[in-house]
Design a protein. Sequence first.
Length: 139
Amino acid sequence: MSLHYPRVSRIHSIRPATVQATAVLVPARPRPDRSRAEAGGIAVDGEGRTASAGDRTLRLTYMEFELLAHLVAHPLRVYTRRQLLHLVWIQEPLGDARTVDVHVARLRRKLGPDYRDRISTVRQVGYRFDPRGAPNADG
């Protein structure tokens, strides 16, 4: 028994117009405008990409900054991990949403003991930013 495979004579069988049309069909979601937000002693400047807690400037990674900016801009609103992945990471919530937990833990450490309780855990739901410094449910 002999198997015959047709020889591919053209590598460029996908036309460029098809590739361009595919790219246009998936538009990027624009990031919300967060030029300046301040609550509970924490200030975030989106244009200058700076954040401070009290009189201390915070050194944050890109995603830590984005997460803090979003939470400070929406105080007292509870977000699930999947919502934060969708809104802050700008990606569909696929796979493990625990990356949000890791970023929140790092952010709390960087905020320090006086401000870490501003990001509170809502058990079995997610997180919220409380400018009054609500007691933390996870210790």
